[in-house]
Ligand binder design. Structure first.
Ligand code: SF4
Length: 450
């Protein structure tokens, strides 16, 4: 057992958030105490993301800052985990010799043993080619990295990796081939979370729609589709809200869409990444769906759940993207009218096919396209949010990072309150009347209050 302190800094997606929680929990069980102060930490873990050049640059610049901390405190252990670790491996230690440990995406479960073994080997890399998700860590309690006080909303990883090899994406290289966890392990973990006070679970995977198509390496078969898994998790006593992310449109089945009409606790929110509205660019991206198929899925989703809040991801300036291709993305935005979107300028990622594509788009043009897309998306999102004003909606109370009580609507909107009663506690689901709409959040009051 250790009595040292640790700090985990997480970059990137919800998969990384969940991985950081798991590492934090394992370290806590070994006696480590979490700190938010860099100067007080005996161990600093950067859980990294390499999906975009910018995310990777942030990690490298933070590692540069940590070099000075290491000079002041030579016993400080610096560990790089996650996707940059998996991709760079030994090269990272060569470039950053003050890093003690580089842990690949699937070795996070061995974090304690790896750190304990460092006495003998000052510098170590552990990366894996043989990807697997450990079945279930018995008694894995909830751990909130960064001192988040809430335990009501949790992510639950149901699968790892991806087999799609979109031409711009590093995930199949950093997270490996797709593997699905067994249903029994997922249900067991969900029950354990709920027993610990969790009321809302988000099922996580790179492409949850293909859950069950690839087996878990720990069990011979996963005889469930994702829709069936959703139904099974939704039946667990005590669960109040269920969400999932992320979905590749090509694998979005009618059965899964029908769950929105069928499962009461499934929140009416869907993140359906489109990436581009141009068929030529979708082909170059190797997305394996067309604009037309995507729009059909959107229509079907809205048939099953008219109030569904749709969000998406968009990349602008993919190699070869012409003005006409970009206009196709703008017209798709007009047609779908997303509640919100995450949009980025394309950047080359080492090892991906698109890094070698010609016809790279000029940075200035990429910036102009991004600004135009985001401006229009902001207008559409605000108009949607204004549509909630005057409505009474269920909101789950939570505490924000400034220790203020806020709420989360089923659509995933953050709701701010001015009049929460002192007896309202985090985790309660209350009815709130929306009084004001902002760009990215709502304001609400308790019904009947002026
Ligand atoms: S579906 Fe494509 S973009 Fe998503 S993780 Fe897989 S390869 Fe990457």
């Amino acid at each position: 057992m250790s009595n040292k302190s640790f700090l985990i800094k997480t970059f990137g997606c919800q998969m990384n958030d969940r991985d950081s929680e798991i590492m934090g929990q394992l370290l806590s069980e070994d006696g480590y105490i979490e700190t938010s102060e860099t100067d007080q930490a005996d161990l600093i873990i950067l859980n990294t993301c390499s999906i975009r050049a910018k995310a990777e640059q942030k990690v490298m610049s933070l590692l540069g800052v940590l070099r000075k901390h290491k000079k002041r405190n030579p016993k400080l252990i610096i560990c790089v985990a996650g996707c940059v670790a998996q991709q760079e491996g030994q090269e990272l230690i060569r470039r950053m010799p003050h890093v003690n440990l580089v842990v690949g995406t699937q070795n996070i479960y061995h974090i304690v043993q790896l750190i304990n073994s460092l006495g003998k080997h000052e510098v170590a890399t552990t990366l894996v080619d043989n990807y697997s998700i450990p079945a279930f860590i018995p008694n894995l309690k909830q751990h909130n990295v960064g001192g988040e006080p809430e335990i009501f909303r949790k992510f639950l990883t149901i699968m790892q990796g991806c087999n799609n090899y979109c031409s711009y994406c590093v995930v199949p290289f950093t997270r490996g081939r797709e593997v699905s966890r067994s249903v029994s392990h997922i249900i067991e973990e969900a029950k354990s979370l709920i027993k610990g006070g969790v009321k809302e679970i988000t099922l996580l995977g790179q492409n949850v729609n293909s859950y069950g198509q690839t087996n878990s390496v720990t069990e011979p078969a996963v005889p469930y589709s994702f829709a069936e898994l959703l139904r099974a998790v939704a039946k667990i006593d005590g669960l109040k809200r269920l969400r999932f992310t992320t979905s590749n449109p090509k694998d979005l089945s009618d059965d899964l869409m029908s769950c929105f009409a069928e499962i009461d606790i499934l929140c009416p929110q869907f993140h359906l990444p489109v990436q581009s509205g141009s068929n030529a660019i979708l082909t170059a991206m190797h997305r394996r769906y067309t604009r037309e198929l995507y729009l059909e899925k959107v229509t079907a989703l809205r048939k099953y759940c008219p109030e569904i809040a749709l969000t998406t991801d968009v990349i602008v300036g993919f190699p070869g993207e012409t003005d006409a291709d970009f206009e196709d993305t703008m017209s798709l935005l007009e047609e779908v009218q997303y509640h919100g979107s995450y949009s980025f300028k394309y950047s080359d990622r080492p090892g991906t096919r698109s890094a070698d594509f010609e016809n790279k788009v000029d940075e200035k043009i990429k910036s102009e396209r991004l600004a135009r897309f985001q401006k229009r998306q902001d207008e559409i999102g605000l108009a949607y949010n204004r549509g909630y004003v005057g409505k009474t909606i269920p909101v789950m109370i939570e505490r924000n990072e400034f220790d203020k009580m806020v709420g989360r609507a089923e659509t995933n909107h953050l709701v701010h309150f001015t009049d929460l009663s002192s007896c309202t506690v985090a985790g309660d689901i209350i009815d709130a009347t929306v009084t004001h709409a902002g760009q990215h959040s709502l304001q609400g009051k308790l019904p009947g209050k002026d």
